[in-house]
Design a binder for this molecule. Sequence first.
Ligand code: ADP
Length: 169
Amino acid sequence: MTTITLVQGDITREHADAIVNAANSSLLGGGGVDGAIHRRGGPEILEECRRLRASHYGKGLATGRAVATTAGALDARWVIHTVGPRFSHEEDRSELLASCYRESLRVADELGARKVAFPAVSTGIYGWPLDDGARIAVETVRRAGAAVEEVRFVLFDDRAYEAFAAQLR
Ligand code: ADP
């Protein structure tokens, strides 16, 4: 059984076996949490992302998938990069967002990670409504049946923290 914990803060300061990055399909870095992870984690992460891109993901990593690299200078062994869907009013992309959490946990299990830190994937630049993003995150982790011992959601601000806390209540 995976225990879910919540904390408000900066995920780049978190100690964990694996830190999940809300990446974009290029794997070459971006804004938000992606930019913060590459800034604090240093160039090793980007170098490995570039190599992965060249060897496996020439067209980019598909939405809903996840792949691990070194965590560079972060206080973790791995960064797991997952590509969240952009929110759409026309199309229900919930399954893709759920897939980010499931695939990240699958990769974490493969690596043998025990503690995994997640940001609220897609709820920033990609525009996913926070309450719904929190619901999908918590439900998916609960149902995943992963071997990971602890999933810690690291929420950047009060609003995100409250949205996740409401889901756990
Ligand atoms: P996306 O493109 O998947 O929406 P963002 O990085 O824009 O990715 O936002 C995802 C979530 O991560 C948002 O809730 C945002 O507030 C949060 N966030 C941004 N920086 C950090 C950080 N350093 N630590 C934890 N969460 C962060």
